[in-house]
Design a protein around this ligand. Sequence first.
Ligand code: FE2
Length: 202
Amino acid sequence: MAKAPGSHTVIGMEGTYGVREFVADARRIMEVPGGAADREAAVRELEPLLQAALWGPGWTDDEYATTVDGRPGYRYYVNDDGSLHVYGVLFRHDRPTPVHDHVTWGIIGVQSGEQRTTRYLRRDDGSTPGRCSVELSADGVLTRGATYPLLPPHDIHRIEVVSPGEGLSIHVLGADLKRQRRRIFHVDAGTCEEVEGVTMAR
Ligand SMILES: [Fe+2]
């Protein structure tokens, strides 16, 4: 399968710039006055840093290990209002997420595993409740070092680990999804449903 358009991969060597350095930089960019002014600027500044950090240390350190809805994962950083949230989800082989959105800016990075990543553009204006028209924009298998931005309303995606075992997906988001009202999309039917407080990991 071809590399997904709109995703970026830095083929790196193991480096010293890892999760700690990335979180420090993300906080510097997002949490200080005069930092990133809008969500596009945030993504532009943070994405190359995440690409570099994915080749560095720390992502599976015990100190970050946590359990989310009974599934193991990692929490690297979240601030009080959830406006900067950096965490890792272990998706399992053959357990794809539904097609869903986040309703916030974000960058997703692949730290391990082969992750088939499908993305969609929103094509309707949302004026009819329950109707959601989406169009496939990218479909490819991403590996370590790959990143892609998610900017609403085009933050609709699906992740499926196609290699054996688990794949660690790094999420850098502008909200705590547990507090976020968002959607699951039924692409062929052209419908969507609102959900809240649920995880997309299966
Ligand atoms: Fe997601």
